[in-house]
Design a protein around this ligand. Structure first.
Ligand SMILES: [Zn+2]
Ligand SMILES: [Zn+2]
Length: 242
């Protein structure tokens, strides 16, 4: 399968990533991607950009050196109902939105609370993708999460950064095994992302590829080989009724 999409990357604007948009696009071209998503952390993440940054994304070209660029945010889930850290009127204008749990932005709750938070985000029509649900810091009822993802047509992310040895997340391998097993059974689509915070990590999927050898997941449920199908699942094209 060709990997034509990396929808989850960060630039200098996120405060703890290290390249410009142009540098990330150049890296994406080197990997022959068709779509690059740039999704800065929401404002609740220390050092990330504020409302005004997201509000001005209209000033950036969406074709950069021939690369389709989707601009948006990785929103922080900040309560156990799935509320996020940007206003709806700002989110609405974005091309792509990911929502994720980060333990620097929300206290780790009980399994029930974490699950309710994630399902709240899945139900939110302004959220396109659920980011790294594999982080064992946040125990989750994966069966409930995958069922909700199916019901609301939301893809779940398979994050290369989570699988990288020495990363911030824990038990990602085991958790992803469970998520993919349930997703295969329920027909939930999976989006592979790098979560790159440096240009050399753009579309760097080596850990995911190792993982997929063991996971035996149906290729037709992986969105990365199917940009047209992916476009239908993101904000920008949902808005224009593609
Ligand atoms: Zn980050
Ligand atoms: Zn994240």
């Amino acid at each position: 399968m060709e990997f034509l999409i990396d929808a989850h990357t960060h630039t200098l604007a996120s405060g703890h990533a290290y390249n410009t948009i142009l540098e990330m696009v150049s890296a994406a071209r080197g990997k022959n991607l068709e779509i690059l998503g740039i999704t800065e952390h929401g404002p609740a993440m220390a050092g990330s950009c504020q409302d005004i940054y997201f509000n001005n994304l209209r000033s950036i070209d969406r074709k950069v050196f021939g690369m389709e660029v989707l601009l948006g945010a990785e929103l922080n889930i900040i309560d156990y109902k799935g509320g996020t850290d940007l206003r709806g009127d700002i989110i609405r204008e974005m091309d792509i939105t990911i929502a994720s749990l980060h333990n620097v932005c929300i206290a780790i709750g009980s399994r029930e609370q974490n699950t309710a938070a994630l399902i709240g985000a899945i139900k939110n029509p302004l959220i396109d993708i659920i980011g790294h649900p594999d982080d064992g810091h946040f125990p989750l009822d994966y069966e409930a999460v995958v069922k909700a993802a199916k019901e609301y047509g939301k893809p779940l992310e398979l994050n290369n950064g989570s699988l990288k040895p020495g990363g911030f997340r824990i038990n990602a391998w085991e958790n992803n095994m469970e998520i993919l097993k349930l997703s295969a059974r329920c027909g939930v689509e999976i989006l592979i992302s790098s979560d790159a915070h440096f240009s050399t990590d753009v579309a760097e999927y080596s850990y995911v590829q190792e993982f997929l050898k063991e996971a035996d997941f149906p290729e037709e449920l992986l969105l990365n080989g199917n940009p047209d199908r992916f476009r239908k699942m993101v904000h920008k094209y949902k808005k224009s009724g593609l």
